[in-house]
Ligand binder design. Structure first.
Ligand code: NAP
Length: 218
């Protein structure tokens, strides 16, 4: 199986890459930039918030059986009344726009081959609003809606689209940002990666349009 993983250098993305490599898959990973070399998988540098960047990344990766769209970013803290327009625009572009472009870039090939899996990473905040996280929450709610819409459109095509919703993930970045928090309740990146890889497996071929919470003990 050949898999394209966006956000592949991030806290969760790196674990998703490791999971697919451990299963013997061919992996192509996308991020805007890469600092280290790793011969085990193809590293693609592209900004996926543009249609052009997404199209180029998918062309570089070649035909893939699955797209795992991990890419996303977090911002928040201000209520709607005072939240910045800049942050609103950035969250929608990053968490929703990049998914739209990435899905559209892989879909023609998957539809032609009548085979493919699209697996997106959303967030619990996309189905459970959090005060102060309007832009992030709306962008992730939009992603859930986009994936569910896509799943309806993909009926009988051999291609499926599903989304997993992590709660707080136990990443180095979160540990550094929240030193006093109880990290034992956070979900492990490896645990989410296993759910994602199962969704890409043959055993999940009949699952389409699923919105799967992966909350750990939170
Ligand atoms: N961390 C959490 O607690 C948590 C909770 C719920 C949901 N999630 C979701 O889980 C996913 C992964 O989170 P994470 O914590 O692993 O994120 P992360 O560590 O910040 O990683 C983000 C990844 O996306 C890439 N990226 C960012 N902007 C990009 C762009 N414009 N074009 C291409 N690549 C880009 C980054 O690489 P470059 O910077 O080099 O581009 C990096 O590989 C996200 O969708 C996030 O919303 C995370």
């Amino acid at each position: 199986m050949r898999v394209l993983i966006t956000g592949a250098s991030g806290g969760l993305g790196a674990a998703v890459v490791e999971q697919f490599l451990a299963e013997g898959c061919q992996v192509a990973g996308v991020a805007r930039s890469w600092t280290e070399c790793d011969e085990r998988f193809q590293r693609i540098s592209a900004d996926l918030t543009s249609e052009e960047g997404s199209a180029r990344a998918v062309a570089e990766a070649g035909p893939v059986d699955a797209l795992v769209h991990v890419l996303g970013g977090f911002a928040g803290g201000e209520p709607v009344a005072t939240a910045s327009q800049l942050e609103w625009d950035r969250m929608l572009k990053l968490n929703l726009g990049a998914a739209f472009h990435s899905f559209r870039a892989v879909l023609p090939g998957m539809l032609e081959r009548r085979r493919g899996r699209i697996i997106a990473v959303g967030s619990r905040a996309g189905v459970e609003p959090v005060a102060g996280l309007s832009a992030y929450g709306v962008s992730k709610a939009g992603l859930v809606h986009l994936v569910r819409t896509l799943a309806l459109e993909l009926k009988d095509t051999g291609v499926t689209a599903n989304i997993v919703l992590p709660s707080i993930i136990d990443t180095a970045a979160n540990r550094a940002a929240m030193p006093g928090a109880d990290a034992s309740k956070w979900v492990q990146p490896e645990s989410i990666a296993k759910v994602v890889s199962w969704l890409a497996s043959d055993g999940a071929r009949d699952i389409n349009g699923a919105v799967i919470p992966v909350y750990g003990e939170a």
